[in-house]
Design a protein around this ligand. Structure first.
Ligand SMILES: [Zn+2]
Length: 210
């Protein structure tokens, strides 16, 4: 729970910073203060119906454990999303001087949560997308240090005048270097489309199991 670089934490590591909260300037910036006690954070917790329920000598870990015991699964997801959003808003203030109010923080937390929930749904939906058994058996492996791996794939559409390709380039740490998709219009007889799919002459790469 001491992993976030709050001002008090940084000071304890001998980093020369003021310990005062950069958002409200009324207390030291501890994790509990930043994510719960700071007036903007407290307003966010009130708006989400979770409240702060702070008591004497409370730590963030104690607060979090208490809250998790009182809410259901959806409530726990909101707690995590609001914490993430509060942390991002705090960084926006420190690094860009941007002030994000409680409304903005709560709505960004809800957006974040919606995106995450939709991503979970789409993982489930892929089981109905026509994938054939064995498709999931392929796993991506990072290239060796100093090499870049480019994975490409092509899509054939029911419309014979369209083919699409996509590529992703990643380094040995798996970090994305470049990604692109392109749709080509024209006359593509099935045999040529198949050649695109398996030969991929335009991007000079190859399909592999990783
Ligand atoms: Zn504050």
């Amino acid at each position: 729970m001491d992993c976030l670089p709050m001002m008090v934490q940084l000071r304890s590591k001998y980093v020369e910073v003021a310990t005062l909260c950069p958002v409200c300037s009324s207390a030291d910036e501890t994790i509990l203060h930043a994510l719960v006690e700071c007036p903007t954070a407290a307003t966010c917790w009130e708006r989400t119906g979770i409240g702060t329920g702070l008591h004497q000598n409370c730590s963030f870990l104690v607060w979090c454990t208490d809250v998790f015991q009182q809410v259901d699964k959806a409530g726990k997801e909101i707690v995590v999303a609001v914490c993430w959003s509060l942390w991002n808003a705090r960084n926006d203030k420190v690094w860009q001087g941007k002030i994000v109010g409680a409304d903005g923080i709560v709505s960004s937390a809800k957006n974040f949560l919606n995106h995450w929930q939709n991503a979970q749904k789409s993982v489930i939906e892929t089981t109905f997308s026509g994938l054939i058994p064995g498709d999931a058996a392929e796993h991506w492996f990072a290239p060796i240090i100093g090499r870049i791996k480019v994975n490409v794939d092509a899509a054939l559409f029911s419309d014979p005048h369209q083919v699409g390709i996509g590529l992703v380039a990643r380094d040995s740490r798996g970090f994305l270097i470049e990604g692109s998709t392109k749709i080509f219009q024209g006359n593509f007889p099935l045999s040529q489309s198949k050649q695109w799919e398996f030969g991929r002459p335009s991007v000079g790469s190859r399909r592999d199991n990783g």
